[in-house]
Write a protein that binds this ligand. Structure first.
Ligand SMILES: [Zn+2]
Ligand SMILES: [Zn+2]
Length: 358
């Protein structure tokens, strides 16, 4: 299937879903890639590695040739979004525009890389929470192809992407996440705002190893990584969204899922996502208040068993660590030896979350 949206300004957006099945309780559903038919058409996201044929076929079906695409950009550097970027760029001749952080993290830095199984990975993958064996098997070819890309970098906020589109840096889910506003009618939010499910935040801990690679303007971990960065980005989207009125929100997953369309009201959904993280911080803090625990122990107590199967435990642990980082930053939790988190007796997190500004 594909969808064609006609905005009241007459501009059109094509929604092109590509397969992205991991299965299990953390399934995101297909990746929704979009072609914005601006004066010069552009493509946002390219699906997983190996999705180029499917994407180009859908474009042909919609009457667009890959050669018509002026540039491709990715909402963020996760493989379900940039997997086919290099192949699409090669086959269409389109330029590639991404955030400066993306441009830096896709490269290899052998002299800076961790001295373990991840030594041969690009910087973006040094702290991947999947086991190195998984990445070596599934990501090597993709990582190599991606590292050769020539990229026109995009600035942080309010940069004009095309005649009619403006882009904002919304780090947190990933440090290079972008949201694209098409006129004042639609917004492509990537994985930053999803219906049905809550995007997982990255960890502030990921920052240490890549700080020397990023621009010095990102001076602290929380400026681009972790739950605090993510909530600030939601606040930014809310602020920009409020100035725009009614927006059609186009997410990168679950636009259509389980036989139904998910309509998103941007401001309402952002409030729901923030409330979700307040609740999750509270639940985690209550678990830790009963006694110091590791992220894994907290995850096993907090999440239902089906979510912990296979790689699920790794996703669950990541989620817990992101929340514990926020709880530590506001003084509610301290890290103890043996990688345990302990409660301090305070409950500052809720006001701390609500005071995070764009
Ligand atoms: Zn993602
Ligand atoms: Zn995704």
């Amino acid at each position: 299937m594909l969808i064609r949206l006609t905005l009241s300004s007459g501009h059109e957006i094509l929604g092109l879903p590509t397969e992205n099945t991991y299965g299990g309780g953390w399934d995101l559903g297909p990746t929704w890639n979009y072609v914005v038919l601006d004066e010069k058409p552009f493509l946002v996201d390219t699906g997983k590695f190996g999705s180029a044929d499917a994407l180009l076929e859908m474009m042909t079906f919609a009457g667009i040739s890959g050669r018509d695409i002026d540039f491709v950009m990715v909402s963020h550097g996760h493989e379900d979004h940039d997997g086919s970027l290099s192949e699409i760029a090669e086959r269409t001749g389109a330029k590639v525009k991404c955030h400066d952080i993306y441009d830096r993290l896709i490269r290899f830095y052998p002299e800076r890389a961790p001295d373990d199984a991840r030594k041969s990975f690009p910087a973006s993958c040094w702290r991947c929470f999947m086991p190195p064996s998984f990445s070596t098997e599934h990501c090597t070819e993709y990582q190599k192809a991606r590292s050769r890309l020539k990229i026109e970098t995009i600035g942080d906020d309010g940069s004009n992407l095309s005649e009619n589109a403006v882009v904002y840096h919304v780090p947190g889910h990933s440090p290079d996440s972008m949201a694209v506003f098409v006129g004042s009618e639609a917004v492509l939010v990537g994985d930053t705002v999803l219906p049905d499910i809550t995007p997982w935040p990255s960890q502030e801990a990921f920052f240490d190893q890549v700080q020397g690679i990023l621009s010095p303007r990102y001076a602290t971990a929380a400026s681009v990584y972790g739950l605090r960065a993510y909530i600030r980005s939601l606040a930014k989207l809310k602020e920009v969204g409020k100035r725009q009125g009614d927006l059609i929100v186009l997410p990168a997953h679950r636009l259509f899922y389980n036989g139904r369309w998910n309509e998103i009201d941007l401001l309402t959904r952002i409030d729901e996502l923030i409330a979700h993280h307040v609740q999750r911080c509270e639940a985690i803090l209550k678990i830790v208040m009963k006694g110091a625990k590791t992220a894994k122990e907290i995850a096993m107590e907090y999440f239902d068993a089906p979510l912990l199967k296979g790689f699920g435990i790794l996703m669950a642990e990541n989620e817990v660590i992101s929340h514990c980082e926020l709880l530590s930053a506001c003084g509610d939790v301290v890290s103890e030896g043996d990688e345990k988190f302990a409660a301090t007796g305070t409950m500052n997190f809720e006001s701390a979350i609500h005071s995070l500004e764009p």
